[in-house]
Design a protein around this ligand. Structure first.
Ligand code: ZN
Length: 377
């Protein structure tokens, strides 16, 4: 016999499987039945991963016709520009000659505490989002900020590494006052009264890097060609900031020189509005997403030093309560569970292994991690 300690949430999944039928009608029957199904999955090649199974959540849409071009500028090395891009408008970032890495930041135009978040983008899309995927904002909002309409194959993304900065310049080349993306982004957003502290993790475009076997980042040659571009449709009003990487003379990610970059904005059109409406309805108004107006009364700190609030009373959510299920096991089932425990990745007891097998099966077959994706027809 095994005692399986289940959290209420997990017991809820067990009950759902019991109600769906095919795996018994009691909690104990479901846990026994799913154990064998899960072991069959593993023998058929399923990995021991413990997360949910990603599944594309597809929105079908015609590729949108853009409105008229309403603004353009050419960034000369080593400059940048912050520019408002309104909901449904398309920002185009294009190589004038090629070979240039572009660092990119963006803010909600009406609430600068919401901004582009590489971590959210890595979590909900991938480390290398492509056409039809989204760039997301930070928690607790966490909503699509831009849809990627076009992206050149040469536009390798580095959304793991930091923007280049003076500390890197000094540690790497003993040049503490050299141009760098942190300072260039700060200079660009200063036009809108944002500060160097507001520069955030950069969505690095045409930044060809790799991680070597020892976990260190290596810079590659920049493959970008003249005319290569990325087109981003704004999901809401944003301030977008793009800069030419300041390390052109020092590292190969800019092919040891600097070249200009073109920025263009295309007005919204009925097509882009339709697309943004549909994407927002599906992924921009979820119950979990905290809205800016819900945070309207939350103060934005003006002082640098932190002070304890004497009235603070902690108010965390409680952990889910637990319940124990007794499961009678055959000798064969006990041997199977001993085998799972021996792998080292199913816990230390038959009860823990039964729970781990059930939740792995549940993540593979019952629940899915939805990954937003627009399929252009
Ligand atoms: Zn840079």
């Amino acid at each position: 016999m095994a005692l399986v300690e289940l959290h209420e949430t997990q017991a809820g999944f067990v009950d759902r499987v019991a109600a769906d039928g095919g795996h018994g009608s009691t909690r104990a029957e479901v846990l026994r039945s799913v154990l064998l199904t899960h072991v069959n999955d593993r023998l058929a090649g399923a990995p021991a991963y413990v997360g949910g199974t990603p599944e594309l959540d597809v929105l079908e849409s015609p590729f949108p016709a853009y409105g008229e071009k309403r603004w353009e500028t050419t960034l000369e090395p080593v400059t940048g520009k912050a520019v408002p891009v309104m909901r449904g408008e398309v920002l185009r970032i294009e190589q004038v000659e090629g070979g240039t890495c572009v660092d990119f930041n963006a803010f909600n135009l009406h609430d600068h505490k919401e901004f582009l978040d590489c971590g959210f983008t890595r979590s909900f899309q991938s480390f290398d989002p492509r056409r039809g995927e989204f760039i997301w904002t930070n928690a607790p909002r966490g909503r699509p900020m831009f849809g990627i309409l076009e992206i050149a194959d040469t536009c390798e993304l580095d959304i793991v590494g930091h923007r280049c900065n003076r500390v890197l310049d000094e540690l790497g080349w003993d040049m503490p006052v050299h141009a760098n993306c942190q300072d260039s982004l700060a200079e660009a957003i200063r036009e809108y009264r944002l500060t160097p502290d507001d520069v955030h993790d950069s969505f690095n475009l045409w930044m060809a890097t790799t991680i070597d076997d020892s976990g260190r980042r290596r810079f590659k040659w920049n493959p970008a060609q003249r005319g290569d571009r990325i087109d981003l449709v704004a999901m809401f009003d944003v301030l977008a900031a793009a800069v030419i990487c300041g390390l052109g003379d020092l590292v190969g990610i800019n092919n040891f020189t600097f070249t200009p970059i073109r920025l263009e904005i295309y007005s919204r059109s009925p097509d882009t509005e339709r697309l943004v409406d549909a994407a927002e309805e599906r992924w921009g108004r979820m119950a979990s997403q905290v809205k800016s107006d819900e945070l309207a009364d939350v103060p934005v700190l003006a002082s640098r030093a932190l002070e304890r609030d004497p009235d603070y009373v902690p108010s965390y959510r409680p952990a889910p309560a637990t319940t124990t299920v007794e499961v009678e096991l055959s000798a064969d089932e006990e041997r199977v569970l001993d085998g799972l425990v021996a792998t080292g990745v199913y816990g230390d007891s038959a009860g823990e292994a039964l729970r781990a097998a059930f939740m792995r099966w549940c993540n593979s077959h019952l629940t899915r991690v939805r990954r937003p994706f627009v399929e252009f027809r």
